[in-house]
Ligand binder design. Sequence first.
Ligand SMILES: [Zn+2]
Ligand SMILES: [Zn+2]
Ligand SMILES: [Zn+2]
Length: 139
Amino acid sequence: MDLETVKSKLHAMNFRLTQEREWVLRVFMESGEMFTAMQLYDRVKEQYNKVGLTTVYRLFEVLTKLRLVTPFLIDGEIYYTFCSGGHHHHFVCLDCHRVKNIYGCEMDTRDFSEIGKIEYHRMDLFGHCENCQGSVPSC
Ligand SMILES: [Zn+2]
Ligand SMILES: [Zn+2]
Ligand SMILES: [Zn+2]
C-alpha cells in the first residue's frame, strides 16, 4: 500500500494530515522496521525536529483503527510495524528490528474443527536476520 492510498484512508477517517503527521507516516512506512512510539519519535526527530511525541501516538492510534499496523509485545514494550496487504505473517529481527512479511500460509488448510471454529489466527516469528547473525551486539 502506498503513501497516497494511506493518506486517502486517513482522510476518510477525518484525520487531518498535517505536515508533521505526514513526516512521521512517511518515515514509518518507508522504514520496514518496528518501533515503539518513543523510538519512532527519535527516528523522525533526526530529520524533522518539530515533531512531538503526541503526534506519533495519535498516528499509531488511527493506523490501528484502520488495521494498518501490527503490534508486537516484546519484553513488555509494544512495537508497531506498518502492515497492509493480504494475509501474511512476520519475521521480526530482534537485533535490527527489521520486519519481513511471510506469505503462503498453510494454517487455513489444517482442520481445527475439534477445537472450535477459527475466525483468524496470528503467528509471528522472532529471531536474528541474515545481516545480524554472527555480528557482535553493539551494546
Ligand atoms: Zn504485516
Ligand atoms: Zn537484523
Ligand atoms: Zn496465516
